[in-house]
Design a protein around this ligand. Sequence first.
Ligand code: AHR
Length: 650
Amino acid sequence: MKHLFCLFLFAVWSLCGMHAQHVFTLDTKKLGAEIQPTMYGIFFEDINFGADGGLYAELIENRSFEFPQRLMGWNTFGKVEVNDTHPAFERNPHYVTLSDAGHPERRTGLENRGFFGIGLKSGMEYHFSLYARSAGSAKIRIELVGSDNEIIARQSIEINGSTWNRYTATLTSTKTDAKGLLRLFLESKQSVDVDHISLFPGDAWQGVLRADLVNDLKELHPGVFRFPGGCIVEGTDLATRYQWKHSVGPAENRPLNINRWNDCFPYRLYPNYFQSYGLGFYEFFLLSEELGAQPLPILNVGMACQYQNLTNDQCHVAVDSLQPYIDDALDLIEFANGETSTPWGKLRADMGHPQPFNLKFIGIGNEQWGPLYAERLEPFIKAIRSRHPEIKIIGSSGPSPDDNDGKQFTYGWNEMKRLKADLVDEHYYRDPQWFLNNVTRYDRYDRKGPKVFAGEYACHIDVKASESPTARNCFEAALMEAAIMTGFERNADLVHMATYAPLFAHVEGWQWRPDLIWMDNLTTVRTPNYYVQQLYAQHRGTHVLKLTEEGKPITGQDGLCASAVYDQSNKRYIIKVVNTSDSPKEVTITFRGLKQVGAGEVIQLHAPQMETFNTIQNKEQVIPQSTNIQVEGNELQTTIPAKSFMLYKF
Ligand code: AHR
């Protein structure tokens, strides 16, 4: 409310003929470059428990007993054995046998604490299922239990039959508890084999994705959805790379993979971090459709993570042995777009989506650099171009946005030009000053080559230490991102996509920060960075407009960065101004070509301090504040408060 009042005051005061420090001119007569619908999007990687334990709504950890320590995540009591004879699922062959504990006062069973506890919400139904078989008639009791050991819900299942069958039960929670658990008791003398023990909340999107996180994504309005990463595409070695074919078909038979971030950082060790692939490529395409975002898969180029194999070039596939990897790319295009009479198109239809997913882009290689990459990418490009000239191919320029660290950024770009990649993926996790210096980055780029995909970026206050208290999603970082995005927007003829990274982090399970959206087991929190992305994506516009001061673009002079667009569909002018300085700026914006600007809205993103960030407990420290404004004639006189991001629309 205080914010609203201040906004109102400065709007009124601004109409009273103050002396402007800055005079901007907006040329409304001439539409500039078209802005791609893919301009602002999302980057998803299974890092920070983003998939299992995050977006994938499964509440049971190690549901298939396939973790290398088969019972990791489970407490057992009584007589429980791990077996793999005549399994239910050939690619996930382990299961457990529950047998009589051998004494009337003893019990056999299992207990699972989910991912940092099982989040239970009062009044919510939970869908339980398992696969089981028994030589006779067996009975299992299932309980949802609170963190205080109180039984919250209970059901029983009768198991009959010596072949594997799926059994289900619904339990309604009467309590909210972030740290609940699931217990199973054998209630018969007869033993039983059980596998794929699963529990999903009743509100899960399509039954499988966490509803609140899906909602956060919807309200971002992403135009493109990059998946599944990130380094996870590469794997520490090729055996553990992300293989999309392992992530489709029945979830029960998708083979487990170790997560690349499991043991990556000794100071953020998560030995229980694996990929069930329950959130796989089919779910990715479905969600892209729901979000109205172009799906953008990134596939392995036959290379393991270069960072993790700096002295071992032999860890990659030989160039003459790349065919299976190239086939993976071609088959993925068929899975997404192929006729249902093709093998992969048929699988898509069998999974429930006969219509094509309308895939238009594919990325080959994640954060690859040097000749090792270029020589592998080349045969992919040839094969995809010859079979699918309609698909746009994205290549990498490596992990760095310049040549300062030997990762061959310029070489990478030159190779992408030579290979005629359609877009080049750039990554930058850099400090605030770098972000400000790079507001003009794309003004200087060659217009004849590939387009730009800013495929991973985030402002890191402390680039060296993700453990540092400043490595947060603080307002300062968000403000710098808003500043550089004025440069993306002004250069929309060249910059066709941009995705902040990473997307999700669990407050108890992160390996990397900052991240766009944080969650615990019950709720999520939108960061100031989220709101910057949202404001840009919601106000993407259709065409760039020229916005200048003394004939020059506004790229940091006196701490101001600004850009403008026209939205043809809604007939709106939108101006974004970032003030990174310590003092308010009085600005007059002349709408050249308009007589009357009229009624509009101004949205401000500001924080009491640059260090301020939103938390699960205090989600609204930094949120956009909106107010209505009225401009008589064609001049907007306004004040851009110190350290703030302002968006005007008329
Ligand atoms: O976003 C986190 C990591 O940063 C990604 O996995 C990788 O591509 C980059 O180094």
